[in-house]
Design a protein around this ligand. Structure first.
Ligand SMILES: Cc1ncc(COP(=O)(O)O)c(C=O)c1O
Ligand SMILES: [Zn+2]
Length: 431
């Protein structure tokens, strides 16, 4: 485990970030490549000038300054732990993806106002480009030469692509049985791709060992020793959604859960916008989505537990197949504090939801998006969602990465000779 120590330095340029702080006991540490508190082993997160009085001048960022920025996550650079000159660096500049007004889907589900935040439009077609972009800047600042990660697939591709663009080496680790497209994406950008015989949780454990070994020296594991920085990338989803809604936080939002980092950081992003006076302070509900074949957080939520009991995943939603989610307890807190919930759906419901979103809105989601839209549908049908409230659902990945999930349902209507008669017989007469 990489524990925070006093030797790490704060003289590096991390923009408005001033420290790492323990989420459990609040102990502060200098900004460094560490992720656990030496006092209580709690996870560390980035603290900013505006987090507590005395940390420096309060941020004075305005909507107008942000709106004048580039059409990518760097428009929020004054709210992120990145160097002040980040715009001059070579990176994939992800973000500013579409917020699609989903009237057709809303009508089917009986909701008044629904948007899909479609992160399949990122450079490697998942939201992971956001988190990697921030972790990459930290890796460069700390002088790491190799970018690495444990991954359920999307993160591996995002890391190898980002490293390629930045000119760093890459070596990424995945469970060996992932979807073909994710394996291709993780290897095509160069670097090394290592499949491990085991689950994601085995891969993650292996990476933690590698960090402590001379073999892993000068390696930045984006979601392990750089995890506090990585997590901040997900806040940009919250920032974009609020800005794209006209500087308004939605009333309710449905977010997929693997490690739970994305969900906790979207909440952090909304709270920061309120604290900085960029949006009106109002209540919002956060709902978490899992696949039934890997739903430790949903199970804990439904049972009223505070702890999350690890499971062995068995679902087509491989990108969400983390049996021991690091941020699980924080997700429970947020769902309960905001009046949300954590729900799960079966593999069959995931496939149905992928097809529903494609049929109604022309958005082809990967299985993670199927989980999220499936949970949206279930919550709407069960009356858990307020049908009159402004609702946002996340699509975090592209359906082209998980074709197998829907290929049985997606065949040509007919294969015919090129003649009108053949068409009439096969299709037109039956329509
Ligand atoms: C497409 C997709 N959506 C959502 C998630 C969930 O991310 P988190 O680990 O932040 O909960 C993942 C994680 O790998 C993913 O690949
Ligand atoms: Zn602590």
């Amino acid at each position: 485990m990489v524990l925070a120590t006093a030797e790490t330095t704060t003289t590096l340029d991390f923009g408005p970030a001033v420290a790492l702080s323990c989420r459990e006991c609040g102990t502060r540490y200098p900004l460094g490549p560490s992720f656990a508190c030496i006092e209580c082993f709690g996870p560390l997160e980035v603290a900013y000038t505006w987090t507590s009085p005395g940390d420096g001048p309060a941020a004075t960022v305005t909507r107008r300054q942000i709106e004048a920025g580039p059409a990518n996550i760097w428009r929020y650079r004054s709210l992120l732990p990145v160097p002040s000159d980040v715009l001059t660096k070579r990176n994939l500049a992800p973000g500013w993806t579409k917020l699609v007004k989903a009237d057709n889907l809303a009508r089917e589900l009986g909701l008044r106002s629904l948007h899909v935040k479609d992160d399949s439009g990122n450079p490697t077609h998942s939201f992971k480009d956001r988190v990697v972009a921030i972790a990459l800047e930290a890796a460069r600042t700390f002088g790491f030469h190799t970018l690495s990660c444990s991954s359920t697939g999307n993160l591996a591709g995002a890391v190898t692509a980002a490293a390629a663009r930045a000119g760093l080496d890459a070596c990424v680790f995945i469970p060996a049985d992932l979807e073909e497209a994710k394996i291709v994406m993780a290897s095509v950008y160069g670097g090394r791709l290592v499949g491990i015989e085991g689950t994601y949780d085995d891969v993650n454990r292996f990476c933690s060992e590698l960090i402590g070994d001379p073999l892993g020296e000068k390696w930045g594991f984006v979601n392990v020793n750089l995890r506090p920085f990585y997590g901040e990338g997900s806040k940009t989803l919250a920032f974009e959604i609020a800005e794209q809604l006209g500087w308004r936080i939605p009333d309710q939002i449905v977010i997929p859960i693997a490690s739970g980092s994305q969900l906790t950081k979207v909440d952090k992003g909304f709270r920061e916008l309120i604290k900085l006076g960029l949006v009106e302070d109002k209540p919002y509900k956060i709902f978490g989505a899992q696949a039934e074949g890997c739903s430790p957080v949903a199970a804990a939520f439904k049972a009223g537990h505070d702890i999350v009991r690890p499971v062995k995943p068995d679902t087509i939603a491989k990108s969400l197949a983390i049996g021991n989610p690091a941020d699980g307890p924080y997700v429970l807190d947020i769902a309960r504090r905001t009046g949300g919930a954590v729900e799960d759906v079966t593999d069959a419901e995931i496939v149905d939801a992928i097809r529903l979103l494609a049929r109604t809105e022309g958005i082809f989601a990967e299985t993670a998006g199927g989980v999220t839209v499936g949970v949206l549908r279930k919550l709407a049908e069960n009356g858990v969602l307020d049908p009159d409230a402004e609702t946002v659902v996340l699509n975090t990945g592209d359906g082209l990465k998980t074709l197998d999930a829907v290929s049985a349902h997606a065949r040509p209507t007919a294969v015919i000779r090129p003649s009108l008669n053949a068409f009439r017989t096969a299709v037109a007469d039956n329509s």
